[in-house]
Design a protein. Structure first.
Length: 470
C-alpha cells in the first residue's frame, strides 16, 4: 500500500457514492435489492468515473487530477440531493429466517475470503502479465501524455503497449487512481478493478436469490466462487471481473425488466450493456449471445417482449451506443486494429471468418479437447457447473423449460460456441493461446450459467423455489 486511507476515500468512495446517486436518479435505491444494490452502485459509479476521466484527458487535463475525486464526490452529493424525492422500485421484503441469516453469513465469509486473497496478492506490484503490458501500461501512457492527441499516439509508439485496440474502461480506472494520487502507483491502481470481485458477489447473490431459496443461493455462490479458475483471476487488475460483473448486471436487469416491465430495470440493463461493451472485446460476443437467447425465447413465446420498443425507455440504449462510439471512434483516431479481424495485423492475409474456415479441420480436436476435456468436464476448474446445468434441464419437462430461463441458457452456449470459433480463427499458435486464454472465456459465461441453473432448479425441485420476487 503506497497511498493513505484518505487517498483511497476519493479513489474508491467517490465512484461508489456516484453510483448510489445515479441509481437513485434511475429510480433504484437500497430497498430495491438489499443485496445487489452495492454491486450495481459500483458498476454505474465506475462507468461515470471512467467517462469523466476520459473527457478530462481529451480536454488536455484542464484541472489538476488530484481534484477529480473531491469534485466528483461533490457532484455525486448534488445528484443525491436532486433525487431525494424520486419514486423508487421497492422489492417485497421477506420475513427474516434462519436461511436468510445463513445466506448473510456465507456472503460475509466469501467477501472476507476475497479481501484476504486480494491483500495477499497485492504485496506484489503490477509488473507482469496482461495487467502490466496492456491495462496499466496504457494508463501510464495516458497519464504521461499532455492529452489524448498526437502526443498520446507518439508516446504509444515509444512505449511497448500490447493490444492498443482494447476497450478503455479498465485502463481509465488505473488512470483514475494515478490522477487522484498525483503520481503513478504500482499496487493501489489495482483496487478499483479488484473491488469488482465484491460487486460480482453481490450482483450474483441478488440475482440468484430471486429464483431459489437462501440456502440454495448460498450453495450456488460457494460453487461459483469455489471454482479453481476463479481464484486465479480475482487478483490481477485485468478486466475479467469488470466484464463478469457488467454481464451479470445486464442479464439480471433484463430478466427483472421482463418480469415487471419497469423502466428502472431497463435503464440498469443498459448500464450493464455499456459496461460489458467497454470492459473487453469479448463483451460484444457475450451481448450477441444474449441477444440470440432473447430472440430464441421470444420466438418460442417464452418471454413477452425483447425490449421496450418505441417507448421513451428505449432512449437508454443511447448510453451503450455512446460508449461503443467512444471506443470505436478513439481506435479509429489511433489507427488501432484488432489482430483477430484485421488481415494485416494478423499477418495471415485472411479475415476472421475466412481464417476460421481454413483452420478448423486442423484445430477442431485441440480446441474441443481443451474446452471440454481440460476445462468444462474436469472437476477442478469450473466444478462441473455446466454439466450440472445440463442435467438440471434434462430432468425438467419441456413445457416448464419454455420460460425466461431459456435466455441465459442459450446465451451461455452460444457464447461458448463463439469462443470455439475464435480459437479456430486465432492467428496465434493454439498450443500457446488455448492454455493462456480459454479458461477465462469459460469464466465469462459463468454468470449466465449460474442464473440459468438458479432458474432451472425450482422447476424440478419445487422446495428450492424462492418466495422473493420484485
Amino acid at each position: 500500500m503506497t497511498l493513505s486511507w484518505w487517498d483511497h476515500l476519493w479513489i474508491l468512495g467517490a465512484p461508489f457514492l456516484c453510483g448510489v446517486a445515479v441509481l437513485r436518479l434511475l429510480g433504484l435505491r437500497f430497498s430495491s435489492d438489499r443485496v445487489a444494490f452495492g454491486g450495481w452502485a459500483w458498476l454505474t459509479g465506475t462507468i461515470v468515473a471512467a467517462l469523466v476521466t476520459f473527457v478530462w484527458a481529451v480536454l488536455a487535463k484542464p484541472i489538476d487530477g488530484t481534484w477529480l475525486g473531491p469534485l466528483f464526490a461533490v457532484g455525486s452529493l448534488l445528484m443525491l440531493w436532486s433525487a431525494r424525492s424520486r419514486e423508487s422500485v421497492v422489492s417485497a421484503i421477506r420475513p427474516r429466517s434462519r436461511e436468510e441469516v445463513t445466506l448473510v453469513v456465507v456472503l460475509v465469509l466469501l467477501a472476507a475470503w476475497i479481501v484476504v486473497r486480494l491483500l495477499a496478492l497485492n504485496v506484489k506490484p503490477v509488473l507482469y502479465g496482461d495487467e502490466a503490458s496492456i491495462f496499466s501500461q496504457k494508463a501510464k501512457v495516458m497519464f504521461s501524455a499532455a492529452a489524448l492527441d498526437l502526443d498520446y499516439i507518439v508516446r504509444h509508439g515509444q512505449v511497448h503497449v500490447q493490444h492498443i485496440d482494447y476497450p478503455m474502461f479498465d485502463p481509465l480506472l488505473h488512470l483514475w487512481t494515478y490522477t487522484n494520487a498525483g503520481h503513478i502507483t504500482l499496487v493501489d491502481n489495482r483496487w478499483p478493478i479488484q473491488v469488482f470481485t465484491i460487486a460480482l458477489l453481490l450482483v450474483l447473490a441478488g440475482a440468484i436469490r430471486r429464483y431459489v431459496r437462501p440456502s440454495v443461493t448460498a450453495l450456488l455462490l460457494v460453487l461459483f466462487f469455489g471454482m479453481g479458475i476463479f481464484d486465479l483471476n480475482i487478483g490481477p487488475s485485468r478486466a475479467e471481473m469488470v466484464l463478469l460483473t457488467a454481464f451479470a448486471v445486464t442479464c439480471d436487469a433484463w430478466l427483472r425488466w421482463v418480469d415487471t416491465r419497469r423502466t428502472e430495470w431497463w435503464a440498469l440493463c443498459c448500464c450493464g450493456i455499456a459496461g460489458t461493451l467497454w470492459a473487453k472485446n469479448e463483451g460484444a460476443l457475450l451481448l450477441v449471445a444474449l441477444a440470440c437467447g432473447i430472440v430464441f425465447a421470444r420466438v418460442l413465446r417464452a418471454v413477452p417482449a425483447m425490449w421496450p420498443g418505441r417507448s421513451a425507455a428505449s432512449a437508454w440504449l443511447g448510453l451503450p451506443l455512446a460508449v461503443f462510439g467512444v471506443h470505436t471512434g478513439f481506435n479509429a483516431y489511433l489507427g488501432a486494429k484488432n489482430d483477430l479481424f484485421d488481415p494485416e495485423t494478423a499477418h495471415t492475409g485472411m479475415g476472421f471468418f475466412e481464417r476460421a474456415v481454413a483452420q478448423v479441420t486442423e484445430r477442431w480436436d485441440a480446441v474441443l479437447g481443451h474446452y471440454w476435456g481440460d476445462l468444462i468436464l474436469a472437476p477442478g476448474p469450473f466444478r462441473l457447473a455446466i454439466p450440472i446445468l445440463l442435467f438440471a434441464c434434462a430432468i425438467v419437462p419441456w413445457r416448464n423449460l419454455r420460460s425466461p430461463m431459456l435466455v441465459p441458457f442459450i446465451a451461455a452456449f452460444v457464447a461458448l460456441a463463439g469462443y470455439h470459433v475464435v480459437f479456430f480463427a486465432t492467428p496465434h499458435d493454439p498450443t500457446w493461446h488455448l492454455p493462456t486464454a480459454a479458461d477465462r472465456t469459460v469464466l465469462h459465461v459463468m454468470p449466465a450459467v449460474m442464473l440459468a441453473l438458479a432458474m432451472a432448479l425450482p422447476k424440478s425441485l419445487p422446495w428450492a423455489q424462492s418466495r422473493f420476487r420484485d
